[in-house]
Design a binder for this molecule. Structure first.
Ligand SMILES: NC(=O)c1ccc[n+]([C@@H]2O[C@H](COP(=O)([O-])OP(=O)(O)OC[C@H]3O[C@@H](n4cnc5c(N)ncnc54)[C@H](OP(=O)(O)O)[C@@H]3O)[C@@H](O)[C@H]2O)c1
Length: 402
């Protein structure tokens, strides 16, 4: 096994993130005698998987090895099983970085290949990096809920805005450039009502609008990752992002007056969630809002508790094929996801400044004892200009090997 080929497969997988949901982004590399014959990445949902793309591009691949960032599928979904195509192609050995967490596959893909005489190896050493690329898929496939990344730019004293609500800017230009790159990998971005009113954000991905100096900072020698060697972070800092879609804009909480000149409403690429009881109350008390609601992409949530509300939002988003969503503020929104136990990943940009007072990144009911705090696991750290980028997860990723 030559790890450079699996490195390439992982880079391809990262390149496809944000384009394949709710399918996992996968990369495949076909090799003959130490030379790459072809590569492939997952297409948009319903089109070719990475293995099929690589086989299709490779001509006669009889006797070749395949390196793939995720176990090949062996079931009929929107496309036929990749295992059948691999068997038919004459590939003699498959290196898979990690088993598929989808119960319909979960080792059965490997077994199917071995049963037909193909050698399969799960080398282990790159499994951790592969796992970080499919955490969202794991939640989606096991719980049918969208994976939630809580992003915040915070001061050293843990504030996302000053006491007046001003937050432009907490973090460096370098950090903000990375946020635009993260958005390119997200299916949706979510904000709370106060953030809409206070900041009027665009919420799109515009990495090209940053200066060459900022882009070069990461491409040159400052892309080190400390702690867990996280593939998502590694690629986020330094790899080319050539193809991306804009994320769906999601607003939680309808303002009392809807101002359609806000950037959030600039086109149809948005959705608003509001609790049914609150929406009914608003509509009873405002005729102006009634006509605005008719023009809005709005979904009412019939929930009695915060946990129910957040759970239903994440199920509704998952039903729409949204596998990943980034919370982009403010503190109350993040707090309600925290209270519901639905923050899966954090990325904090910690800026070297102290505001002395202001808004916290997570305003929740909270815990009485420090021991009950949410532990953040599998942590990685990098530098972004003068800021520290801190990335971690709620869960330790348990991956199995065969
Ligand atoms: N530094 C950063 O990374 C960053 C990023 C974004 C924003 N910000 C700053 O954050 C500040 C806004 O944050 P914020 O905490 O005041 O407000 P927020 O989280 O943006 O919005 C919260 C409001 O949304 C409504 N809402 C409806 N359903 C909700 C639910 N399930 N959970 C939470 N809220 C829900 C509530 O309105 P009602 O009270 O009417 O019910 C609530 O007050 C701004 O100053 C902005 O500049 C900083």
């Amino acid at each position: 096994m030559e790890s450079r080929f699996m490195d390439t497969a992982l880079e391809i997988a990262f390149g496809r993130m944000g384009l394949t949901s709710p399918n996992p982004a996968v990369g495949a590399v076909i090799v003959r005698d130490g030379t790459v014959v072809s590569i492939g990445g997952t297409g948009p949902c319903g089109s070719r998987h990475a293995e099929i793309a690589a086989i299709g591009a490779g001509g006669d691949v009889t006797g070749c090895d395949m390196y793939v960032s995720l176990e090949p599928c062996c079931h009929y979904g929107k496309t036929p099983p990749c295992t059948d195509a691999i068997i038919a192609s004459g590939i003699k050995k498959v290196y898979a970085a990690i088993l598929d967490p989808n119960p319909a596959v979960a080792g059965k893909g490997v077994a199917r290949l071995r049963d037909s005489g193909i050698e399969v190896e799960i080398p282990g050493m790159l499994s951790q990096r592969a796992a970080d690329l499919i955490r969202a898929f794991k939640k989606y496939i096991l719980r049918k809920r969208t994976f939630v990344l809580a992003k915040s730019a915070v001061t050293l004293d843990g504030r996302i805005a000053t006491r007046t609500g001003d937050s432009k800017w907490v973090s460096s230009e370098h950090s903000r450039y990375l946020v635009h790159r993260i958005r390119a990998k997200m299916d949706a971005v979510i904000i709370g009502k106060n953030t809409l009113l206070r900041d009027d954000p665009m919420l799109d991905s515009r990495p090209d609008s940053f200066s060459d100096g900022v882009k070069r900072y990461f491409l040159e020698n400052r892309a080190d990752v400390f702690g867990r060697d996280n593939q998502f972070l590694r690629s986020l800092l330094s790899s080319e992002i050539s193809e991306y879609r804009q994320p769906l804009r999601v607003l939680v909480g309808l303002p009392g007056e809807v101002d359609f000149s806000r950037k959030f409403f600039r086109d149809d690429g948005y959705i608003v969630f509001e609790r049914k009881d609150r929406l009914d109350h608003f509509l009873r008390n405002s005729t102006g809002l009634k006509s605005a609601v008719m023009r809005l992409n709005i979904v009412d949530i019939d929930a009695r508790t915060n946990a129910e509300e957040i759970g239903l939002i994440l199920e509704e988003l998952a039903d729409r094929g949204i596998m990943t969503a980034m919370l982009e503020g403010g503190g109350l929104l993040a707090g309600s996801f925290f209270d519901a136990g639905e923050i899966d990943q954090v990325i904090y940009f910690i800026a070297p400044k102290i505001s002395g007072n202001g808004i916290s990144p997570v305003i929740a009911a909270g815990k009485d004892e420090m021991g009950l705090s949410l532990p953040v696991r599998d942590v990685s750290v990098a530098f972004a200009g003068g800021d520290v980028l801190y990335l971690g997860y709620k869960d330790v990723y348990n991956f199995e090997m065969m």
